[in-house]
Design a protein around this ligand. Structure first.
Ligand code: ZN
Length: 541
C-alpha cells in the first residue's frame, strides 16, 4: 500500500513538473514563426520547421512546436534564413557621405535583409574603435569594424610616399593593438589607395601580426585588380601566411575589358593556396560596375600628399605630361577608348555632374572632344574636388567587370556575398545600387532568374560563410542557441529595385527581419525597434 502511494505520488510529481515545464515554455517565447521553409545558412537543403525566439536567441525549433509567444507569425511556407552578414561595407561618416552615426537605422541594409555589417574596409576606418562604438546609438543593425591600415598610416605618417620610421612603425602597431583590444575584428588594407599604396608588404605583415594576436582577420582591397591581379593575390596570401591569420580578399574582380573572361585563373590560384593550408576566401557584389574615387585614374605617385601637392603636380607642365602619359597607359591597358565607362556618383563642388560620365562632363565643360580633353577634365576635377585621401576628387562608378566573370566568381563556393555599400541618405547623390539591393539581386537574378547558384548556396554565402571567417560563432545559422538574426521572404517575390539610373529604391520582399530577437522589419516596413548592437571581435578584451 505504501509502495503504491509512493508510485502515485511520483506520477503526480512528474505530471506537475511536466505541466510546469510546458507552462514555462508557453510563457517564455517572444516570437514564434510557424510553417517556415528553413534555409538554415549551412547550405543544407531547406526543411519545414517552426522557430521560437526567446531573449534574443533561437530557443526552439521543430514541427508543430507547442509554444505560445508574444507575437506569432505564420510564414505560410515562405523562406526563413539567418539575417545576412555583409562583410564589406563603408559606414564611417565622411565629407561627402553620411554614415551609421547619421543614419543609425540603416534602412537600405535592413530592407535588403542585412542584420550585421562589417565596416572599416579597404584600409579606411575610425582609429579609436572604443570611441566609435560608444558614439553609435539607436542602431537598426549590428555592426563590427576592422581597423584600417590607410587610416592608421595617415594618422602617423601622413599622406607622403615614403616608408615609416621605426618609431612610426611602433606607433602604428600600438594603434592597431588598441583597436583590436577595443573590439576590432581584424586589419583591413586598401593598397590601391593613398597612403596605403606606399607601404611595402613587410609593413602590412607587421601590423597583421598584431591583429592575428587577437584572432583577427586580414581583409584586403588588393594593390591592383587588373594587370597585376595574380601578384596582388599572392601578396595578400603572403601577408596571411606570414602573419598567421585568415585572409578575406575584398570585392574580387578582374578590371579592364582586355582581361575579361580570365577570373577563373585567379580562382585557381586562390585554390592552390588553400590546398597549401592558407585560409583565404573572397567576397564580391553582384554587379558589373565598381564604385570608387576619381583619383584611381592617376598614377599612384601623382596622388601622394595634400590637395595642394597634387594640384602642384597637375599645374607643373613637365609633371603634368608624365601624369597624362601614365593615364593614357592605364586607359589603353584596360582596353577603353575613352572615359565613357566612368560615371560620377557624387561631385560635391558641382552636384549637377552626378550621374554623368566623364565624356559627358567634358562636353559640358567644352573641353576638346578627345582623350586629352577628358584627361584635362579629370585633372581639373581632382583639384576642384580636393580632400586627397578622403574623396580623391569625386566618388565614381566604373564599368570595370564582365557579367561572365561575376558569374564565375559566384560559382566559386568560397565567395561570400558582400555589398561594398554604405548607409544611404534616401534620395541623395547617385550612389551605386549595391547599397540598396545586393542580397535581393542575388536571390532574384542569380538564383531565381538565371540559376547561377541554388537558394541554399546563396544564403550560405550571405550567412555562415562570412560568420565563419569573422569568428561570429553564434550567428549566421538558424539553430537553437544561436542569436536570433532572421529574415523571412518569399523567394518567388523578393526583388532588388535599385538600378544605376534610378538607385534610390528599397528592395521589396523581405517581409520580416529579426535583429537580436526583435522585429526590426514587419510587413516589409521598418518597425523602429532598433535592436542593433556593436559586435566585438572574438579576441577583444
Ligand atoms: Zn575596396
Amino acid at each position: 500500500m505504501r509502495r503504491l502511494l509512493r508510485v502515485v505520488r511520483d506520477v503526480i510529481v512528474v505530471a506537475i513538473l511536466f505541466t510546469v515545464s510546458r507552462l514555462s515554455l508557453a510563457a517564455d517565447a517572444d516570437i514564434l514563426i510557424r510553417n517556415a521553409r528553413v534555409v538554415d545558412g549551412t547550405g543544407s537543403p531547406w526543411f519545414l520547421s517552426d522557430v521560437a525566439v526567446t531573449d534574443g536567441r533561437i530557443s526552439a525549433m521543430g514541427r508543430n512546436l507547442n509554444v505560445d509567444a508574444a507575437s506569432t507569425i505564420d510564414a505560410g511556407g515562405r523562406v526563413l534564413a539567418p539575417g545576412f552578414i555583409d562583410v564589406h561595407t563603408h559606414v564611417e561618416s565622411g565629407t561627402s557621405r553620411e554614415g551609421l552615426i547619421d543614419l543609425p537605422r540603416a534602412d537600405n541594409f535592413l530592407l535588403d535583409g542585412v542584420t550585421t555589417i562589417i565596416t572599416g574596409n579597404c584600409g579606411g576606418s575610425e582609429i579609436d574603435v572604443a570611441a566609435y562604438a560608444n558614439s553609435l546609438a539607436g542602431l537598426g543593425i549590428n555592426v563590427a569594424t576592422l581597423i584600417g591600415h590607410n587610416s592608421v598610416r595617415r594618422e602617423v605618417v601622413g599622406l607622403d610616399d615614403r616608408a615609416p620610421t621605426n618609431d612610426e612603425m611602433t606607433l602604428m602597431k600600438a594603434i592597431v593593438d588598441k583597436a583590436m583590444r577595443d573590439g576590432a575584428v581584424g586589419l583591413s588594407t586598401g593598397l590601391l589607395y593613398v597612403p596605403g599604396t606606399y607601404a611595402e608588404t613587410s609593413e602590412v605583415v607587421e601590423l597583421a601580426k598584431v591583429a592575428a594576436g587577437y584572432g583577427g582577420v586580414y581583409a584586403t582591397h588588393m594593390r591592383e585588380q587588373g594587370a597585376m591581379l595574380h601578384e596582388s593575390v599572392t601578396e595578400a596570401v603572403t601577408i596571411g601566411r606570414e602573419a598567421n591569420l585568415p585572409v578575406q580578399i575584398s570585392h574580387l574582380k578582374v578590371k579592364g575589358r582586355t582581361r575579361w573572361g580570365t577570373i577563373g585563373s585567379v580562382i585557381e590560384l586562390i585554390e592552390s593556396f588553400r590546398r597549401e593550408g592558407v585560409d583565404v576566401v573572397v567576397d564580391a557584389y553582384p554587379y558589373e560596375r565598381a564604385s570608387t574615387n576619381l583619383g584611381v585614374n592617376l598614377p599612384r605617385w601623382a596622388v601622394a600628399g595634400s590637395v595642394a601637392d597634387i594640384a602642384g603636380r597637375i599645374e607643373d607642365l613637365e609633371t603634368n605630361q608624365r601624369i597624362v602619359a601614365g593615364m593614357k597607359d592605364m586607359l589603353e591597358d584596360g582596353g577603353y577608348p575613352d572615359y565613357s565607362f566612368a560615371t560620377v556618383a557624387r561631385f560635391v563642388p558641382n552636384e549637377s555632374y552626378n550621374g554623368l560620365t566623364i565624356t559627358e562632363i567634358n562636353k559640358l565643360r567644352e573641353g576638346s572632344p578627345d582623350i586629352d580633353g577628358e584627361i584635362t577634365t579629370i585633372l581639373d576635377m581632382m583639384v576642384e574636388g580636393g580632400q586627397a585621401g578622403v574623396s580623391q576628387g569625386a566618388s565614381m562608378i566604373y564599368h570595370y567587370m564582365s557579367e561572365q566573370d561575376v558569374d564565375t566568381i559566384f560559382r566559386y563556393p568560397n565567395a561570400a556575398v558582400a555589398s561594398d555599400g554604405g548607409v544611404i541618405n534616401y534620395g541623395s547623390g547617385n550612389p551605386h545600387p549595391r547599397s540598396y539591393g545586393t542580397n535581393a539581386r542575388i536571390l532574384a537574378n542569380y538564383v531565381r532568374a538565371r540559376n547561377v547558384m541554388t537558394l541554399e548556396d546563396a544564403v550560405r554565402r550571405m550567412t555562415s560563410l562570412p560568420a565563419r571567417t569573422f569568428s561570429f560563432h553564434d550567428r549566421g545559422i538558424v539553430r537553437p542557441g544561436f542569436v536570433a538574426d532572421l529574415v523571412l521572404f518569399d523567394p518567388d517575390r523578393v526583388q532588388d529595385k535599385a538600378t544605376f539610373e534610378n538607385p534610390h529604391q528599397y528592395t521589396e520582399g523581405f517581409d520580416y527581419v529579426v535583429v537580436n530577437g526583435e522585429l526590426a522589419v514587419a510587413g516589409g516596413k521598418p518597425t523602429d525597434l532598433r535592436a542593433g548592437a556593436f559586435v566585438k571581435g572574438s579576441g577583444a578584451l
